[in-house]
Design a protein around this ligand. Sequence first.
Ligand code: KIV
Ligand code: NA
Length: 276
Amino acid sequence: NNRITTATIREKKSKGEVITMLTAYDAAFARLLDDAGVDMLLVGDSVGNVMLGYDSTLPVTMEEMLHHARAVCRGASHCLVVADMPFMSYQVSVEEALRNAGRFLKETGAQAVKLEGGKEVTPAVKAMTSAGIPVVGHLGLTPQSVHQLGGFKVQGKDVAAAQRLLEDARMIEAAGAFALVLECVPAQLASKVSQALSIPTIGIGAGNGCDGQVLVTHDLLGLLPGFKPKFVKAYRTLHTEVSAAVREYIEEVRTRQYPAPEHSLNMADDVLEKLY
Ligand code: KIV
Ligand code: NA
């Protein structure tokens, strides 16, 4: 079995091969994305927005993440699966962070966890990596801190903020993370961080200088109508396809065009004749 490991991901950076990552929340999509050849799947806490109807990632629980991570792991056989640590599952204490991170590896089959933040989460990152749990960091726009950040906006725009982000990135690497997500930071800063680190950076809204890219699968497919951030490229507009297919179904059922004879199951005439 040639399963992608954290070592494969690190090697890609040294070979100059770009790393691809997408989100997945269920087994069906995980299988499709895995078969298409993506390197990493992220069971993102964006499951809260994308699948569960919350308006942020804050309400997402450990139990919800474990449930979705288990499904994704059943569908993925080649790529590396990373599970997001949900809000408040790693902030209270290092002990609690370690116990929760361990649950993903023990109970779901995920090969790594991801958590948001810089210097303040380095003790948790160290504890996890010391315990054999691979960690992906996440800096820049960290959606679990939306209320602290005062909204969803580009991070690291001025000298002080950019310098802090660069230092946080170095500390996350030193703490033992094997990769780092950079979300919504200026392309120039993301390039500088990528050059400064030996671990790969995975960008989302962070330009083309990162060592890899990640997108929310539903955004890439155009499955969700409505707001689309600037950094998203919708490779298809599947929400219109879904809507058209469902309208056709409704129409055909109402007009008795569906199910047609070829969709029906039959019994022998002599059996039918014996019924009274
Ligand atoms: O939850 C998520 O989907 C993420 C990615 C956007 C990096 O954290
Ligand atoms: Na996330």
